[in-house]
Design a protein around this ligand. Structure first.
Ligand code: MG
Length: 188
């Protein structure tokens, strides 16, 4: 019986535990993407615009991190990839914000009555520096994914000047997504 604030907190905790326990089909999906630099003055990474000596070439806003994240979520669902759902041949995605692709993947997850438990993104770039933008990137990804910021990791590394990333020809991104689905697989 709920009479005090403590009872309510206890009931909410139990409901959360029950909800998580019901979503016992835990899966991890993985995504990878690369975009090349071209002449420009800013890049969009994890939904955040950053001034830079070049821009990333791409059909959409070329947000390599959100593309990798989209594929990670789709991979966990076994539901194709970003290129299958948003073909570059379709003109309506030209210049569009890549949050559209992430939100579409999350809508697919919700239709299967699942939840996103955690995402982790690694950017591989010599420049721009990611550290100063990490927290706003985490906040932005959390908002797009409708999850709390403690469920979002954003990390960065250089490529030690090796290969195409080392030559500053482009940026690579990797992402993982952990999703929880109901064991019975019922769609709503
Ligand atoms: Mg891409």
């Amino acid at each position: 019986k709920i009479t005090t604030a403590e009872d309510l907190a206890e009931a909410e905790t139990r409901m959360t535990i029950d909800r998580f326990a019901a979503l016992a089909d835990v899966r991890v999906g993985w995504g990878y993407d690369v975009h090349a630099f071209e002449s420009g003055d800013r890049v969009t990474l994890c939904g955040v615009e950053i001034a830079h000596e070049a821009k990333l070439n791409g059909h959409s806003d070329a947000d390599v991190a959100l593309h990798a994240l989209t594929d990670a979520i789709l991979g966990a669902l076994g539901d194709g990839d970003i290129g299958a759902h948003f073909p570059p041949s379709q003109p309506q995605w030209r210049g569009c914000a890549s949050s559209v692709f992430v939100r579409d993947a999350i809508a697919r997850l919700k239709r299967r009555n699942g939840m996103l438990a955690h995402v982790d993104i690694t950017l591989v770039a010599e420049a721009p520096k990611i550290g100063p933008h990490r927290e706003v990137m985490r906040e932005t990804v959390a908002a797009i994914c409708e999850i709390s910021i403690d469920r979002v990791g954003v990390k960065a590394t250089t490529n030690e000047k090796l290969g195409f990333v080392g030559r500053r020809e482009g940026i690579a991104a990797m992402a993982s997504a952990t999703v929880r689905l109901p064991l019975d697989g019922a769609e709503s």
